[in-house]
Design a protein around this ligand. Structure first.
Ligand SMILES: [Zn+2]
Ligand SMILES: [Zn+2]
Length: 343
């Protein structure tokens, strides 16, 4: 069994790389992958620094040698959509979206402020207000962002999130799609009361109040947004396998079949012998929010898992651990949801 998504003290994790590896050995994993948060210039609060990234790569490679008799250690990266890094030195890449930037994506016709151009400066010159928000830091930030730019329509945030996620494969050249519906992180635990205030449903006094969820995941706008993102991710993965975004050299050769394309640029996890992906994307079933007390179910939601499966996508288990005790959390009970074939 493998777990390829975890964080250390190089970014926002609680344990060192070595402590994480020792815990993975104790839990009986045969392969462990560390996946530090990539450097994001507009928000350095949680990610690895540029220098730290170099030390991280060196240390994890050394630890792979040190523990080679016990476990296989991979040097991965959780690459944010807005990161400023290259993938060259990593064994594999998890592509994740952790931010919403005020752009013309989503439902609302507003002034365009491309996310990448805004990176490095998070303030609007006129208002002094942040042009971006974290998706997963706290629910108040999301609500503030929705009211500041989208008239309080939270569904606009969901549409913005999924529309941005549509090109996660071409932007990050990733092998794994990270926590696909992160936008719903707070949906189980937090809600809005009649005055638009965020309340914690895990507190008993809140449970009886008249509240509505942050995101109605049965809303047809919500469903259309995530289906479009998944469809686009499948399309982009075929292009990625053809030449990691550059299809020009293969365009003239119409004899290429899906199988030939796999030989051209396989998913890095396939090269590592962990699974067979062919020209299909790999999504993680991520138990991180369960470990941290925000949810009782993993990402993605069950209807999204079913849709990914119906299209032939690959699902793997990830703990997104930020501490050594969370490695492999709930894998036994959820492993029936995955469908991995090893080469
Ligand atoms: Zn993440
Ligand atoms: Zn993570």
């Amino acid at each position: 069994m493998f777990d390829l998504h975890m964080h250390t003290t190089y970014c926002d994790g609680k344990n060192s790389a070595e402590e994480m590896i020792i815990s993975a050995i104790d839990k009986g994993l045969d392969t462990v992958g560390l996946s530090g948060h990539s450097f994001t210039p507009h928000d350095v609060s949680y990610c690895m620094s540029r220098e730290g990234t170099e030390s991280y790569i060196r240390e994890v490679r050394d630890l792979d040698e040190k523990y080679s008799g016990d476990i296989r250690v991979l040097t991965g990266i959780e690459r944010d959509y807005y990161a400023d890094i290259s993938n060259g030195e990593f064994d594999y890449v998890i592509g994740s979206l952790h931010y919403l930037f005020k752009t013309d994506k989503g439902c609302c016709d507003i002034e365009t402020v491309p996310g990448k151009a805004a990176a490095g400066s998070n303030k609007s010159e006129e208002s002094g207000a942040a042009l971006w928000t974290d998706v997963d830091d706290n629910p108040d930030k999301l609500i503030d962002f929705a009211f500041r730019y989208y008239g309080g329509d939270l569904m606009c945030l969901a549409e913005l999130y999924y529309e941005t996620l549509e090109d996660i494969v071409s932007v990050t050249d990733c092998d794994i799609i990270g926590h696909f519906d992160l936008i719903t992180k707070f949906n189980e635990r937090f809600a809005l009361d009649g005055q638009g205030r965020v309340i914690d449903l895990y507190s008993e006094s809140a449970a009886a109040k008249n509240v509505r969820l942050l995101f109605d995941t049965s809303d047809e706008r919500y469903i259309a947004a995530w289906k479009k993102a998944i469809d686009r991710i499948f399309e982009e993965t075929v292009i990625q396998r053809c030449g990691r975004g550059d299809t020009s050299e293969f365009a003239a050769d119409d004899s290429l079949t899906g199988a030939d394309r796999n030989i051209l640029h396989p998913n890095r996890l396939e090269t590592l012998g962990l699974l067979r992906a062919g020209d299909k994307p790999v999504f993680e079933i991520n138990t991180g929010a369960i470990s941290r007390g925000y949810r009782t179910t993993p990402y993605p939601a069950q209807d999204q898992i079913e849709y990914i499966k119906s299209r032939g996508g690959i699902l793997i288990l990830s703990s997104d651990s930020h501490s050594s005790d969370a490695i492999g959390n709930r894998f036994e009970e959820l492993k029936h949801l995955t469908q991995i074939t090893c080469s």
